[in-house]
Design a protein around this ligand. Structure first.
Ligand SMILES: [Zn+2]
Length: 337
């Protein structure tokens, strides 16, 4: 018995240090330098380079050349990095639409790989939507709705979702300015946007329904979201208003999004109060889309405080991030049902 216990202890003593210091090692390949060696293991940040030199100092010569036949320690992954690296799937959206500065869309997770979104920026083309004036500039709703749409689309893609951007502008990517220039060259995925209101709405509905017909069996979760800026009396503050179409999933999605954003407000701006409202709305687009869909009105374009949320690019990004959190929560709700 004693011998047995002793041998177990000996075995444990032998195992513990080995497992606790176990670290990946690898041989370099022909032509490798430290950077290419690390890149193969998806260690790209310069922190890895410094760490590599530190942990391999016994094996490195003064010029830091790697020698074939020498095994090198691989630095441990930093939080958020993974090996093997995530591979972006083919997206129906050319990321050039986000503009030069934002066309790189790094994948940070595959959480939404079974989700598909149709993002519809309100208005566009000949239709400016609501108009407001500030410091001698005329601001158009469609430009701001589009910037929100792009930011949300890009965030969703970074978590692995398939995203269609239904209304697109070939010239305007994600913009960080407060005053967004007006243009009327938006298209409905390449098609010119008609002048008449009913044709215009019908065009985007048909586009989304046609895509949905093709996509509906490929994904576990599909949603359409239409983004607008509200326009009311200057005194009124609205924050975010969520409207759902006449089906239970649209309704549940609206509530999940609103609740998630409420959580975010409580975390980041406690005491500020949040006037997010959820209700049903019978609009042409919402009624005719066959996809579960919601419509979002972001702030009152005519109210000074609400407008700050719309004009400040950081605020636009924050809202996109919160909507992403909402969709992540809603996705989880649906797939765990
Ligand atoms: Zn609108």
């Amino acid at each position: 018995m004693r011998v047995q216990i002793l041998s177990i202890i000996v075995i444990l003593l032998f195992l513990i240090p080995v497992t606790s210091v176990a670290q990946d090692m690898a041989y370099p390949v022909e032509g490798d330098g430290i950077i290419s060696f690390l890149k193969r293991w998806n260690r790209i940040d310069s922190t890895y380079f410094n760490e590599f030199i530190e942990i391999n100092k016994d094996r490195l010569n003064d010029s830091y050349d790697l020698e074939l036949g020498t095994v090198y320690l691989i630095p441990e992954l930093l939080p958020g990095d993974v090996y093997p690296p995530l591979v972006s799937k083919d997206q129906p959206t050319d990321t050039k639409v986000f503009g030069k500065k934002h066309s790189n869309v790094p994948l940070r997770s595959n959480t939404l790989k079974d989700a598909c979104f149709y993002i519809i920026a309100g208005h566009g083309g000949p239709d400016t939507g609501a108009i407001t004036r500030i410091d001698g500039f005329e601001l158009n709703e469609d430009e701001y709705a589009y910037d929100f749409a792009l930011r949300l689309a890009r965030s969703l893609m970074m978590d692995g979702a398939t995203v269609y951007i239904i209304i697109q502008d070939p010239n305007d990517g994600i913009r960080d300015e407060r005053i967004l220039n007006n243009s009327s060259n938006e298209t409905c995925m390449g098609q010119p946007i008609p002048k008449s209101q009913i044709d215009r709405l019908q065009q985007r509905v048909e586009k989304v329904n046609e895509l949905y017909e093709r996509d509906k069996d490929k994904y576990k979760y599909i949603r359409a979201i239409e983004l607008h800026i509200d326009s009311r009396s200057p005194k009124e503050r609205i924050d975010l208003f969520f409207y759902y179409a006449d089906d239970p999933q649209s309704r549940l999605t609206s509530y999940t999004l609103r609740n998630e954003i409420l959580n975010q407000y409580q975390q980041h701006q406690p005491g500020r109060g949040f006037v997010g409202n959820v209700s049903h709305r019978d609009l042409y687009v919402m009624r005719n889309l066959v996809v579960p869909n919601i419509l979002l009105e972001i702030g009152n374009f005519q109210n000074n405080l609400d407008r700050e949320r719309i004009l400040n690019a950081n605020n636009r990004q924050a809202i996109a991030n919160w909507l992403l959190e909402g969709f992540l929560a809603d996705y989880k709700r649906v797939i765990t049902q």
